[in-house]
Write a protein that binds this ligand. Structure first.
Ligand code: ZN
Length: 224
């Protein structure tokens, strides 16, 4: 197989690698790494034109930032692999892939991947923001799809604890998302309390019925 076809095949693997976070939480039919990166690239394309960021560069970083997972899988803190080992494995995988596409493109890919790894440019920082934001969007969509509002709260909690968005743009998108999600959670709790109010009314009614002397009792009393 030529090097280029090996590259095509390896990149194709990304369609089969499910994102571990969803697998771990037993989300049905979870997305692949390829799907996650594709939406991030499309989000980058939607960058407003008044930004100082290089849109094409952001799209390219978004498309390759998880490329190594085609060979090493989606390693998360649940996998029991140290941060250093993870980084080493991903670096070797990226290096291997970049050597398959010819020197010029390979070098560009590797440099952009390195930029993301070291967070050494505003574009890399923006894409890192998108990485978290896209995950939160996806978590919200799964909650809605599976009709389980709030079930993936831990992803929001972790993002809040561990991550501060470095760009105002993505922070603003995230604030909007949180607001949108909070509204659906409120709708759910309103409808829950309405149904529990209704059920307590039914309960009270049943108790009242039990407390009332039956007709037969009354009749018997009268007979006495
Ligand atoms: Zn990612």
């Amino acid at each position: 197989m030529s090097k280029l076809f090996e590259y095509f095949k390896i990149i194709g693997n990304l369609k089969q690698v499910n994102r571990t976070g969803w697998v771990h939480r037993k989300v049905n039919n979870p997305e692949s790494v390829a799907e996650h990166m594709y939406r991030m690239a499309m989000m980058s394309w939607a960058l407003p034109s008044n930004t100082d960021l290089d849109r094409d560069k952001c799209m390219k970083i978004a498309l390759i930032h998880d490329m190594a997972e085609s060979l090493v899988g989606d390693i998360t803190p649940w996998c029991g692999i140290s941060k250093e080992n993870k980084s080493k494995m991903e670096k070797e995988a990226t290096d291997h892939i970049c050597k398959l596409v010819g020197e010029e493109v390979g070098k560009e890919m590797y440099n952009l991947w390195m930029e993301y790894e070291t967070q050494s440019s505003p574009e890399a920082q923006f894409v890192k923001d998108l990485d978290k934001f896209e995950m939160l969007v996806q978590a919200f969509e799964y909650e809605q799809r599976d009709n389980k509002p709030g079930s993936l709260q831990s992803f929001y909690d972790r993002a809040k604890l561990k991550y501060k968005f470095s760009t105002d743009l993505v922070q603003g998108w995230c604030d909007d998302l949180i607001e949108k999600r909070a509204a659906t959670l409120k709708d759910k709790s309103d409808s829950d309390s309405t149904s529990s109010e209704q059920s307590s009314i039914v309960e009270q009614r049943n108790q009242a019925v039990i407390a009332l002397p039956s007709k037969r009792d009354g009749e018997e009393k009268r007979e006495l």
